[in-house]
Design a protein around this ligand. Structure first.
Ligand code: NAD
Length: 265
């Protein structure tokens, strides 16, 4: 595979896109440290995949937990080639107007804590090992990194735009040894939750929102993607043999940049 002998850390690996990335990375020949806050999801993943997967339960908002995940990769697999920052929270399209002001500070801090600080701390923890291996960082962004009016409310859209800045600046800082890129997927029915501080942690995106229908109608390609449909882009960007010229780029695999046209034409 394109990732034969690679050692990777994937955050938010317990479900949805992160779980699909883990599965595909293993198929491509990598060993993976799966990092998530849910120990329950991680033990299911471990049972399914066995020795090629190590699990670390922790919070991406903690530098110590990020360091533990990277150290585990080195302990078990001898090095770290790829850090995939992927854990995220959504805001369920909650508008600023409709967000009670007494919840706003904590809601902002929680969402930005995971979506932005989580990526900064993950990169910080991974840098020494990636400099040693000549490896790379791949972050999960979103159609909400480029467009308003569908991907989320202001907190989520701002957090995913912030990710674009982080990719560009870290690509500059870490060149030429370490590449930094991102994948911007569109909607999918996963276990994606929102900030507890906004009362949005008890429902998953697919339960609260007709995400499948939205993708069928609003994406130019008129179908509902599964997480597995997005993961090849991560393999491409992680594999140095396939993308050694690529850094500072965000691969938009969402199809939201193309306006929809009536089907059947
Ligand atoms: P998901 O909830 O199924 O997966 C995210 C995982 O992150 C969960 O297992 C969760 O336990 C974990 N997590 C959340 N907070 C954490 C924390 N503080 N520390 C450690 N782990 C934590 O959702 P998903 O849809 O697979 O989301 C993955 C990424 O995809 C996110 O960055 C999200 O913004 C992005 N994305 C999702 C969609 C969509 O429609 N689902 C669209 C575009 C982008």
């Amino acid at each position: 595979g394109w990732l034969d002998g690679y050692s990777a850390v994937v955050t938010g690996a317990g479900s949805g896109l992160g779980k699909a990335i883990v599965g595909r990375f293993l198929t491509e020949g990598a060993n993976v440290v799966a990092f998530d806050k849910s120990g329950e999801k991680l033990s299911a993943l471990k049972t399914h995949h066995g020795d090629a997967v190590e699990t670390v339960t922790g919070d991406v908002r903690s530098i110590e937990d990020n360091k533990r995940a990277c150290e585990r990769a080195i302990e078990k697999f001898g090095k770290l080639d790829t850090f995939v920052g992927n854990a995220g929270l959504w805001d369920f399209n909650r508008t600023l107007t409709d967000t009670p002001s007494e919840l706003l500070e904590a809601g902002f801090d929680e969402l930005f804590g995971v979506n932005v600080k989580g990526y900064v701390l993950g990169a910080k923890a991974a840098i020494p090992a990636l400099q040693a291996s000549g490896g790379s960082i791949v972050l999960t962004l979103s159609n909400a990194s480029f467009f308003s009016g569908g991907g989320g409310g202001p907190l989520y859209v701002a957090s995913k735009h912030a990710g674009v800045g982080l990719v560009k600046q870290l690509a500059y800082e870490l060149a030429p040894r370490v590449r930094v890129n991102a994948v911007a997927p569109g909607g999918m029915d996963t276990d994606l939750r929102g900030p507890d501080a906004l009362g949005l942690s008890n429902t998953a995106i697919g339960q609260a929102f007709p995400i499948g229908e939205v993708m069928k109608q609003r994406s130019a390609l008129h179908f509902e993607p599964a997480p597995e449909d997005y993961v090849a882009a991560y393999v491409l960007l992680a594999a140095k043999s396939q993308s050694r010229t690529v850094t500072g780029s965000v691969f938009d695999v969402s199809s939201f940049g193309t306006p929809t046209r009536p089907s059947g034409g």
